[in-house]
Design a protein around this ligand. Structure first.
Ligand code: GS8
Length: 214
């Protein structure tokens, strides 16, 4: 069977979220870059893959998926179901909880910081420090919850690595390129959890993709 196609440039942490999980799952896939510069993401071809004109999109045969976390869960269910704990009602529910936390608490605070500190300056704009500071405060409150959770468990959903942990990796790698790279120093269990994730080959692969000159 042909490899799955993941559409989107590996500069986007929503795209690389999928790369981490596809790698962890041992999926057969290839990355097909989409050029924002030419508006390729709004072309009829890409709108057929993702009707919102965004990346990522995944093609597996005649199946088209979008939304990075849905793509991640699909890759797990297809190639490494233990990462979503399918078949265990309680554990799979906890994986779902922490994947939602990643999206709606962690990334909801971290993404605006990354846009302000990395994306806007790269596009010739400036950083709005007020937005950064507000979201840093939100992120610190989220990290307090993580610290308490990771004091009790090795990973977020329990003592097993899951798609919920892996889903944090791509945006967290970007945090290192901001002035807040040492943010986790105040949260020792979060810091140890992240150190454990960062050495995984899947995360190392994404680190290299995001920073090809390193
Ligand atoms: C967000 C995708 C997204 O914002 C997901 O896949 O998780 N909830 C979705 N993609 C951005 C680039 S990456 O940050 C995008 O494609 N933006 C272009 C646009 O919105 O026009």
């Amino acid at each position: 069977m042909a490899p799955m196609k993941l559409y989107g440039a590996p500069l986007s942490w929503n795209v690389t979220r999928c790369v981490v999980v596809l790698e962890e799952a041992g999926s057969d896939y290839e990355i097909v870059p989409i050029d924002f510069g030419t508006g390729e993401h709004k072309s009829p071809e890409h709108l057929a893959r993702n009707p919102f004109g965004q990346v990522p999109a995944l093609q597996d045969g005649d199946l088209y998926l979008w939304e990075s976390r849905a793509i991640c869960k699909y890759a797990c269910r297809k190639n490494k179901p233990e990462l979503v704990k399918d078949g265990d009602l309680k554990e799979s529910a906890l994986v779902d909880v922490w994947l939602e936390v990643e999206a709606n608490q962690y990334s909801a605070a971290l993404s605006p910081i990354l846009y302000q500190c990395l994306v806007f300056p790269m596009l010739g704009g400036t950083t709005d420090q007020k937005v950064v500071d507000e979201n840093l405060e939100k992120l610190k409150k989220v990290l307090e919850v993580y610290e308490a959770r990771l004091t009790k468990f090795k990973y977020l959903a329990g003592d097993y690595v899951s798609v919920a942990d892996l889903s944090h990796a791509s945006a967290t790698l970007c945090l290192a390129a901001t002035p807040y790279a040492s943010l986790f120093d105040g949260y020792p269990h979060v810091k140890a959890w992240w150190a454990g994730l960062m050495v995984r080959p899947s995360v190392q692969k994404v680190a290299a993709l995001m920073n090809p000159s390193a």
